[in-house]
Design a protein around this ligand. Structure first.
Ligand code: SF4
Length: 467
């Protein structure tokens, strides 16, 4: 994987005296979903918020956690896909309205945000941030309804695109998902408390039990009355982001009710079944290619070796904004094991190729370490189209598979062989029906058409696709 920005991670807990501590641990385990900033709001009779730029462990000290007094709250880790990296954009985002506090933590990308913002501004709304998430709170305070449930449902009905959200108000937390369920959101139980998080790995760390997912188009209300479910969307059609399984989610998580580990292993097995890649050893690009490489190795009966070692003390490559820095960063982060790869024919397993520059450096470093022949297996089809649902792929022109044929990519990367898993092979690896997934970045078939305030002609011209 080279230089894809991830989306965000969210967590919430209701009625637990250790609310801030549990949220801290939950966000810590969701750190892979966003490393730019972290924030927690906790409430009891009043509310306390703290957020900052950096990793969860850098933002929160034991003293800060202790001061976040409360028995319910929500938290967020962020990698911006919309809005700038300004500290103002740290979530949860909160507003005070008629003496009450409302806060929101959002994972996803609202595709009609520009139009909504323009409309709200023309009606007098004053925005404090550049985030699409702020729109939800503006819509909420303007919405009709006599309860939080009604007001929030009416607000959400204006939105298009991807949104898994946690909403915080006095003595209530609401978890809701868009009608397509693009991003994951799971509910768990911790003693007498309920916990909600993007992925179940957050539950494991605090000892909570996974109960179920918040369904697409569902709203789950946690209050002193217990847990209440409400379907707010009139039409739902699942379009889970398949990239969550390929790359984003942690392998020890369940998302969309299925094990990420087992799905990733299936991807490797299917790659082995449909490709003629072979060699003396199979090596993963750690960590994202590791589990698929095990599946590939077992299916092909080729020994699995760790031919590249990752330095875990280097930030993710895409944190570095400049291409040159990113390339240097890759060499610092991953180092080939000469004793494993020298004079060997190797099959390298990687989850995806985006720009191709990072991948090219990795192949070169394996060649420099003495690998005789290098074959590369990718556990998804070529990425040709941008994502509008919360994953920050580079522009269409920067995507290598959009500019080059597979033969040209193989040559550019300096490979002896290259195989991308087919769309069918990828979907077959999922333990859910193919119709439940969004695959737009591979196919150009967008489940929800983005509304960028440009006309249909411009949209089709920009993407060269149907939608
Ligand atoms: Fe996921 Fe790709 Fe769909 Fe974006 S376009 S939601 S990355 S599958």
């Amino acid at each position: 994987m080279d230089s894809i920005k991830e989306n965000c991670g969210i967590a919430g807990i209701f009625r637990n005296d250790r609310a801030a501590e549990i949220l801290f641990l939950s966000l810590f385990s969701l750190q892979h979903r966003g490393q730019e900033s972290a924030g927690i709001i906790a409430g009891k009779d009043n509310y306390k918020f703290y957020g900052g730029k950096g990793l969860v462990s850098e933002v929160f000290t034991p003293e800060i956690i202790k001061n976040l007094v409360g028995n319910y709250g929500i938290g967020h880790v962020r990698y911006s896909t919309t809005g700038s990296t300004s500290p103002k954009n740290i979530q949860p985002f909160l507003i005070e309205y008629r003496g009450e506090i409302f806060a929101i933590a959002h994972n996803g990308n609202i595709t009609n945000s520009r139009l909504l913002r323009k409309k709200l501004e023309s009606q007098g709304s004053i925005f404090q941030t550049t985030m699409d998430s702020e729109i939800i709170l503006h819509l909420f305070v303007r919405s009709r309804g006599s309860s939080i449930r009604e007001k929030l449902a009416n607000a959400l009905k204006n939105l298009k695109g991807a949104f898994s959200i946690l909403f915080f108000s006095k003595d209530v937390i609401v978890a809701a998902r868009d009608p397509n369920g693009f991003r994951p959101l799971c509910i768990g139980r911790l003693g007498n408390s309920f916990i909600v998080a993007s992925e179940t790995c957050a539950f494991d760390l605090v000892g909570a039990k996974y109960l179920r997912d918040v369904e697409p188009g569902e709203m789950v209300i946690l209050s002193d009355s217990g847990i209440e479910s409400y379907i707010w969307a009139e039409n739902t059609k699942k379009a889970h982001c398949i990239f969550e399984f390929i790359y984003f989610a942690r392998p020890d998580s369940y998302i969309f009710t299925k094990s990420v580990y087992l799905t990733r292993k299936n991807l490797g097995k299917n790659l082995a079944k449909e490709s003629n890649l072979t060699g003396d050893i199979v090596i993963p690009v750690p960590d994202s290619g590791s589990i698929a490489a095990i599946g590939f190795s077992q299916e092909k009966k080729i020994p699995f070796e760790l031919g590249v070692i990752r330095n875990h003390y280097v930030g993710r490559t895409f944190i570095q904004p400049v291409q040159k820095m990113r390339e240097k960063g890759v060499r610092i982060k991953l180092n080939p094991v000469v004793s494993v790869v020298k004079n060997r024919e190797i099959v390298v397993i990687e989850d995806s190729i985006v720009r191709g520059t990072t991948c090219r450096n990795r192949i070169k470093s394996l060649r420099d370490a003495g690998a005789k022949r290098i074959f590369l297996g990718i556990t998804c089809p070529p990425i040709i189209f941008p994502c509008y649902y919360g994953i920050d792929f580079p522009s269409k022109d920067e995507l290598i598979a959009n500019r080059m044929t597979i033969a040209e990519i193989r040559e550019f990367l300096g490979l002896d062989g290259l195989h991308y898993l087919s769309l069918e092979g990828m979907l077959d690896a999922m333990m859910l029906p193919a119709r439940d997934f969004c695959t737009a970045c591979f196919t150009g078939k967008y489940p929800v058409k983005p509304d960028f305030a440009f006309n249909k002609f411009q949209w089709e011209k920009k993407n060269g696709c149907d939608s």
